[in-house]
Design a protein around this ligand. Sequence first.
Ligand SMILES: [Zn+2]
Length: 94
Amino acid sequence: MTDHNPAYADACERCGQYDVVPVAAIRDGDTGIVAGYRCPNCRAAWTCGWGIVPGRTIPPQPGPAFPDQHVSALLHEQAAVNRAHKHTARQDPA
Ligand SMILES: [Zn+2]
């Protein structure tokens, strides 16, 4: 079967640029990632959550020397939000 999106590419909501490949990603639990994008066309930055698909290449974690600190900050922020949501769900099963 062909994977039509082998690199977790996403489209830019601002300018419509498609197939934007993530520049970095952070693991989100055991089964997901938060991927960070920088549009090569309009320079918009965003994140997108994905379930990990076997066979796809997971983008590198943004280390301290990662060149795009804005995307790195967005990734850490989104990952923290996701963790907080899971924590809340565990504490309040209703
Ligand atoms: Zn764009």
